[in-house]
Write a protein that binds this ligand. Structure first.
Ligand SMILES: NC(=O)c1ccc[n+]([C@@H]2O[C@H](COP(=O)([O-])OP(=O)(O)OC[C@H]3O[C@@H](n4cnc5c(N)ncnc54)[C@H](OP(=O)(O)O)[C@@H]3O)[C@@H](O)[C@H]2O)c1
Length: 276
């Protein structure tokens, strides 16, 4: 089995990569830090390393060209890298960073590598139950400016923006399932896991995450459903669905709306179109 994994250098992705390698998978690591990925590759007894900053479409495009040249056919693609950004920041293509990393990157990686995916390949997205707090995708404010005003900052605007991107990730997975019947897509919720998540948003957030750590699941526990989705015959005939704790579960009603999923797809096509 060849498993290409984003965000395999820390947290849930790292725990997942370790377990997949233990089970005999050959791993390809898509990482922004070659040094960190190199250390992981060494630890797990070898892996291919592909460097990319996944907030940058140009970087993703270069990475997928390299994957197509160097990697064999992909049996499992894990779109796991993700983050929450506490302030409004934009990528080199002008896209708000939480959206760029959590939604645009999985779309672009999966579509650009579509012809490298084996028939029946599994495409897994690490999502979150935070999606349920977003009632809808606000297509009129794709840059998410509404979430980052000074007043919203105090009332968890960034977390709500994160929830919106996780809603989009689940919708993307269902739309991929409709458009690409030759593959199987899955998203899952890892629970609250002690990782590097939300440690990029200043000292106060780092302190809060450290204080919450005793109540969190371990990265190994967080990765259990990821590994199960990548390897288990239980889900072989399923596609486009959502999981938690190694079981199928229903995401919010908004995450099951095919019209929104179709509109999201068109939006992502526009956001990733190369200039003519
Ligand atoms: N932790 C939780 O409680 C929780 C709950 C629900 C869902 N999730 C989701 O789980 C996934 C994994 O997160 P985690 O909790 O394991 O967090 P993490 O420890 O911060 O790991 C995130 C991974 O993504 C990589 N990454 C971040 N930004 C990147 C970029 N611009 N380009 C390339 N790679 C990038 C990181 O690389 P570096 O090693 O270089 O930092 C790291 O490998 C995310 O999608 C997150 O939304 C987490």
């Amino acid at each position: 089995m060849y498993a290409l994994v984003t965000g395999g250098t820390n947290g849930i992705g790292l725990a997942g990569v370790r377990e997949l390698a233990k089970r005999g998978a050959r791993v390809g690591l898509v990482a922004r830090s070659r040094a960190k990925a190199g250390a992981v590759a060494q630890e797990i007894g070898g892996a291919d390393v592909f460097e990319a900053d996944l907030t940058s479409q140009a970087s993703i495009r270069a990475m997928t060209v390299e994957v197509a040249e160097r990697a064999p056919v992909i049996d499992v693609l894990v779109n796991n890298a993700g983050a929450m950004y506490g302030s409004h920041q934009v990528s080199s293509e002008g896209i708000e960073l939480t959206w760029a990393l959590n939604v645009v990157a999985p779309y672009l990686i999966t579509t650009l590598l579509a012809d490298r995916l084996a028939p029946g390949a599994r495409v897994i997205g690490t999502a979150s139950d935070e999606h349920a707090k977003a009632q809808r995708i606000n297509f009129d404010d794709l840059s998410g400016t509404q979430y980052f005003s000074a007043s919203k900052k105090l009332t968890g605007g960034a977390l709500r923006r994160y929830g919106e991107t996780e809603l989009a990730l689940i919708l993307l997975s269902s739309e991929l399932a409709r458009r690409m019947p030759q593959i199987h897509t899955y998203t899952f919720e890892p629970g609250f896991v002690a990782t590097g998540f939300n440690t990029n948003n200043g000292r106060l957030m780092r302190l809060m995450m450290a204080m919450a750590k005793p109540f969190a699941r371990t990265p190994e526990q967080g990765a259990e459903t990821l590994v199960w989705l990548a390897t288990s015959p239980d889900v072989a005939g399923e596609t486009g669905l959502y999981y938690a704790r190694e079981r199928r579960t229903d995401p919010s009603a908004a995450a099951q709306d095919p019209q929104t999923a179709a509109r999201l797809w068109e939006t992502l096509e526009e956001q990733t179109a190369l200039p003519k």
